[in-house]
Design a protein around this ligand. Sequence first.
Ligand code: ZN
Length: 500
Amino acid sequence: MPAPIEALRAHLAPIEDLKAAAAVLRWDQETHMPDGGAEARAQQLSTLQSTAHERFVAEETGALLDQAAEALDAPAPLDPDAALVRVTRRDYERAVRVPSSLVAELSKATSQAQQAWTQARQNDDFSRFAPHLERLVELSVEKAEAIGYEDEPYDALLAEYEPGRTTAEVASLFDTLRSDLVPIVDAIAEAPPIDDSVLRGSYPQSDQRAFGRSVIADFGYDFDRGRQDVSAHPFTTAFSPDDVRLTTRYDEDNVASALFSTIHEAGHGLYEQGIAPSLDRTPLGDGTALSTHESQARLWENHIGRSRPFWRHYLPRLKDAFPDALGDAALEPFYRAINRVTPSLIRVEADEVTYHLHVMLRFELGRGLIDGSVSVNDLPARWNDAMDTYLGVVPETDANGVLQDVHWSQGAFGYFPTYTLGTLTAAQLMEAIQNDLPGLPEHIAEGRFGPLLDWLRTHLHQHGRVLDAPDLLERATGKALSTGAWLRYARDKFGALYSL
Ligand code: ZN
């Protein structure tokens, strides 16, 4: 007889394999699959996901969890066996409440909705996507009711990405942030605008690709255990710590767009590549919360990639790559250009300061769709009103408005707040890192990222889901999540840029 914890591991490993296989199919759907493959793919994904779900919710899982829990000694906080039982138990209790038929229906509806969203966006025709979105809202509410929640259905959906956080907590954190953020945005709007014309010109895709790959290889992203492809919406997916894939999209008229999206996704990828190999093929072999994942992307993108020391090192190299477009570029104007703050329509192209307002808008509308206070048919108008109120800009097309993000077509309600939670987490981590690594700006200016990556590996990456996000952050920074560190960072950086 194997030890109970080994029996549990042996039961869970093939379930993780099925989930990884489904992730490969989703990656393919976004990067290589022809449009005609949509229906067959929906069926394949539905089969894989429902098979994984059925195996996981089987009574055997519950029995193995009970036996493993009984055999555990008094657990130390970082004990992987205790964490395996605790996290799997939480996933299990959540999963057994959702019927297999609903899981299969959601999977099929999601694949079809994504296809419809792609066409709706291409044709600027929200009505093609609307019935699919309505169906996904219905099924998501059904799922939330099945899982159960304390205050509102959105809680149950948020918990999928942020275990232990509630909608009310997020709303309260966002209220604090909004009241401090709006005066900063207003003050910047009064200040003379930054000229970012240096970023525009002719930047061939192949050269952008080569430059982006060289930068993230310097960070420590391992191309022997990863690759980069093109998709409509950049994302990162991992099938194991040894196969972590990034995507990006290119704009040949703008040098910043693909570069920062590449750096961002590499931040996600470095997290996945850094998870302890011993956690592979268990439910612990993943990022602990989406906010933690996003913190890694934002840390590399904003705190490193948009910093002066970084460009001291990389601007000469970028000029070598694009001598025609950037031959005359100087450090200070370039640094200012990549940090320009201006209200805009597209979230993924938004600056660090106004980004939060894009997130708040999506959080409020997504919460409204789920609690029934916002209808799908009213969504484009509600979107445009909110854009006007928050950012003072209104999209002329739904393609540049309500149809711009892939997330709702994936049924990912509860997802958007994790972006802002992640940005706040990144700033809080960065304060701790600067304390521990006083030489960091010099390292970055020399293109040396080893000490930073080591810090992140030690304090975050290796732990996978062994620690929950609040515990992980508290151990790494000594504090609970708040808006303080990000506001100090933003006031310091943008106060200097805009002479506030
Ligand atoms: Zn991200």
